[in-house]
Design a protein around this ligand. Structure first.
Ligand code: CU
Length: 117
């Protein structure tokens, strides 16, 4: 019985070390290259952005009440969850290209992410 507790302790310590060694740098790295877009007054602001490959784009809903979504419909994706005020949605762009998107509930709200080396 004592032995199994020791094994469990060893395992948990190992998980913790692996977590610190591998997960923490990934988290730091993700914060390195972030471009933000605000969603305010039924607009993506800025509406058009150009980023380098590997950049994470983070959209934050700055409305008082209205929810929106960031939907890359032209990539044949399903619409993601709505972003409510003060919430954000983010996505990493690894490949070069032009990525238009829109808001699900408001088709007139559109934006473009250009990814260029
Ligand atoms: Cu919207």
């Amino acid at each position: 019985m004592k032995y199994s507790i020791y094994v469990v302790q060893m395992f948990l310590t190992l998980v913790l070390i692996i977590g610190l060694v591998f997960v923490f740098p990934i988290y730091l790295h993700a914060e390195e290259n972030v471009v933000t877009v605000d969603i305010i007054k039924y607009k993506f602001e800025p509406q058009e952005i150009t980023v380098t490959p590997g950049t994470t784009v983070r959209w934050t809903n700055k409305e008082k009440r209205q929810y929106h979504s960031v939907w890359f419909k032209q990539l044949n994706e399903v619409e993601p969850d709505y972003i409510f005020p003060d919430e954000s949605y983010q996505r990493k762009f690894d490949k070069a290209g032009t990525f238009p998107y829109r808001c699900g509930p408001h088709p007139e709200m559109t934006g473009i992410v250009h990814v260029k080396k």
